[in-house]
Unconditional design. Structure first.
Length: 372
């Protein structure tokens, strides 16, 4: 059996190699390394892609979240509500902004934030809520408590895994007052290193984020506010522009691959297929199944050359890094149970039906072995 990667970045690069090489040559010729023409061009193109007024490129997705939080006024003494089933960067950004993460559970189907849990977690110190888009679909923003706005609580979208997705016809990046995304290489729109962006329709917020990422300075040596160094690299912008033109097509290929997995695995005892919420147009950043005795199935997959993985093996509230927050095992039961069952299967534009058949066969053999 041939090895099948979780994601095939080499095949993706082959499609954009010439365009990227030409773009790099332009940057090198102009010595246009920081804040170059490719950055402003990509920012406008991504804003147009999303349907937002402003996109500000930053150094990475974690910075994007922190800067979004700071831009809306989150700081020391504040609380920010977020789901436990997400990458730790969501919580790190809250802590870096000086606030306290408050974790809530997720629903048992799509594993997205539970709106009722958000309602129960709101306190007088709540300043923001981050309902994370996960695995390629958008969180149920419209089901969040209506009272959030009345209480002055800002909704921020973590769209690191939903580039190109839609919910009820609205694009990812358009939910909440401000959104953050990551262009880490493995994302649907991935750079050749770290990169990220903040998206908003609010001009003041966009200006604040841009100022923050340039040491609080819009003019050399004049620093008017708190800031640090977080700007989108010009070479990464070249890569992102080349890939952005192909993103809708690549997402369509991901949807086709997800449908094939569904047909291959549907009805398998001991296996739960991923669920798409009504109203969502999924872009399948990850294809995540839930299986009993997951670790045995994962071991079999890796032994047979299938690049399966786990996103994420420990819910954030139980990671040692968050121990000081005081969450005990059993406090968020759906997230905790799912962490022991979830398994991400290889999915990327260009994966073949034959490769998917191999993946499915390995999963079925792993389930059979685990039950014996």
């Amino acid at each position: 059996m041939n090895s099948i990667p979780l994601v095939d970045l080499a095949a993706q690069h082959a499609q954009v190699a010439d365009e990227v090489a030409a773009g790099f040559a332009d940057v090198l010729s102009a010595m246009d390394f920081v804040g170059g023409k490719a950055v402003s061009a990509f920012e406008q193109e991504y804003a147009d892609f999303v349907g937002a007024r402003f996109c500000v490129g930053v150094a990475n997705g974690t910075d994007a979240l922190e800067m979004a939080l700071r831009a809306v006024g989150v700081g020391p003494g504040d609380e920010v509500i977020l789901p436990a089933n997400t990458f730790i960067a969501t919580a790190e950004a809250v802590l870096r902004a000086g606030a306290r993460p408050v974790f809530v559970d997720v629903d048992d189907e799509a594993l997205l934030v539970d709106p009722q849990g958000v309602e129960a977690a709101v306190s007088t110190r709540t300043r923001a809520v981050i309902p994370v888009d996960l695995y390629g679909q958008i969180a149920p923003f419209e089901r969040l408590p209506d009272s959030l706005a009345e209480r002055g609580i800002v909704v921020i979208e973590d769209g690191a895994q939903s580039q190109g997705a839609f919910r009820h016809g609205v694009s990812a990046g358009r939910f909440g007052r401000i959104a953050a995304t990551s262009f880490y290489p493995g994302k649907n729109l991935g750079a050749y290193g770290d990169a990220g962006a903040v998206i908003t329709d609010d001009e003041d917020l966009a200006k604040g984020v841009r100022l923050m990422g340039a040491h609080g300075s819009s003019m050399r040596y004049q620093h008017v506010s708190f800031g640090f160094n977080s700007r989108l690299d010009t070479l990464q912008a070249v890569v992102l522009r080349a890939k952005l033109h192909r993103l809708r097509e690549w997402n369509a290929r991901r949807r086709e691959a997800a449908a094939i997995y569904d047909s291959l695995l549907r009805g398998t005892p001991g296996l739960r297929l991923p669920v798409t919420l009504p109203g969502n147009e999924h872009v399948w950043h990850l294809y995540v199944i839930r299986v009993e005795r997951r670790n045995e199935v994962l071991r079999r997959a890796r032994d047979e050359g299938v690049g399966a993985s786990i996103h994420y093996p420990v819910p954030i509230h139980l990671t040692p890094a968050m121990a000081a927050l005081g969450y005990a095992p059993g406090s968020l039961p759906v997230s905790e149970q799912a962490a022991g069952e979830i398994l991400s299967l290889p999915i990327f534009p260009g994966i073949t039906p034959e490769q998917q058949e191999q993946v499915a066969a390995v999963v079925l053999r792993g389930l059979r072995d685990a039950s014996e």
